[in-house]
Write a protein that binds this ligand. Structure first.
Ligand SMILES: C[S@@+](CC[C@H](N)C(=O)[O-])C[C@H]1O[C@@H](n2cnc3c(N)ncnc32)[C@H](O)[C@@H]1O
Ligand SMILES: [Zn+2]
Length: 298
């Protein structure tokens, strides 16, 4: 297990994390290998040699498998989604002064998380997949070099975050399950929530290769209910074209979509015989502000 006092942003440990069992404060053990609960000696968390902390409730499942994480890492690190990442970082900068605290809910392998951290924010990334969190922590270590850690990664569920009430300035939620009530709980008053999902023609070029009659995306169904816990400040759409010529990257992109699991082997073959994939990539960003609790509707 890496040295947690170097691996984890110290203020995030003291001001954001709580024990997932009893809600007590957590501190790094004297040998820097585990997190200890100040409420009970039996609540002790270490990654058993990996670069992640297991803070998810046992009933919450496992998140993305190793293979899915490997595919997504290969695709994202090739830079195809860089314009979307830049748009997200610009939105964070527009709404949040430097140095503030961000929580990435469903952070995957930390592609967006580490870019936000590099812009000068303290970022806590949670994902149900231990493989994703492990990859995220390792990528953060590589990119920060000898500088102090700006991140903290843990295995955790977006529906039961091991996080104090009202402790973060912003939550970002990129193509991962959305849990508005939980995000409202952890956000400070007037905190910002940025949710990203697939725009209408997102990956239409990919769908055209596979399906005879591709449909347009309908948009996310799990967005916050307007006026309940959040108010929508703006919807910001970012659209650009990508060309993928590498077969493995095409397969990686396909594996990141929901169609991967429901496409027949025959239709999948069509992609395998495609030499050059050109497709629009469209991210819809929804930017919300937390409504003050006393003004929330009952
Ligand atoms: C499509 S990936 C997006 C990852 C990352 N945000 C990105 O855009 O690269 C969805 C992620 O949500 C995670 N996930 C699914 N259910 C979750 C939950 N209940 N809590 C936390 N993460 C979850 C998966 O393990 C996966 O890494
Ligand atoms: Zn505890």
């Amino acid at each position: 297990m890496p040295d947690l006092s170097r691996e984890l942003h110290q203020t995030l440990v003291s001001d954001v994390l709580v024990c997932p069992v009893c809600g007590g404060s957590l501190r790094i053990s004297d040998n820097h290998q585990s997190l200890l609960c100040c409420g009970s000696r039996t609540h002790c968390f270490d990654g058993g040699g990996g670069g992640y902390l297991p803070l998810a409730p046992k009933h919450s499942g496992g998140g993305d498998a190793k293979e899915a994480v490997r595919y997504r890492t290969a695709f994202l690190s090739a830079g195809y989604y860089a314009p979307a990442a830049k748009a997200l970082c610009d939105l964070v900068k527009r709404y949040l002064p430097n140095g503030k605290t961000v929580l990435d809910a469903g952070c995957g392998e930390g592609y967006y998380t580490n870019l936000i951290a590099a812009d000068g924010y303290a970022v806590a990334g949670f994902d149900l997949s231990k493989f994703a969190v492990d990859a995220a922590a390792k990528a953060a270590r590589r990119s920060r070099g000898d500088n102090p850690s700006q991140t903290l990664y843990a295995v955790g569920s977006v529906f039961e975050l091991p996080v104090r009430d009202q402790c973060v300035d912003a939550v970002v939620n990129i193509f991962a399950p959305c849990a508005p009530t939980e995000y409202a709980r952890v956000l400070k008053p007037h905190g910002i929530l940025i949710v990203a999902g697939a725009g209408e023609d997102h990956l239409l070029g990919l769908k055209k290769v596979i399906y005879d009659d591709p449909y347009l995306n309908e948009g996310r169904r799990d967005l916050p209910v307007e006026g309940k816990e959040f108010t929508l400040l703006e919807k910001h759409t970012v659209s650009f074209e990508i060309t993928v010529e590498d077969r493995e990257k095409m397969e990686a992109l396909f594996s990141m979509t929901p169609y991967y699991w429901r496409t027949s082997p025959g239709d999948h073959e069509k992609l395998k015989s495609c030499d050059r994939l050109q497709t629009p990539v469209t991210f819809d960003f929804y930017i919300y502000q937390k409504i003050q609790p006393e003004r929330m509707s009952l």
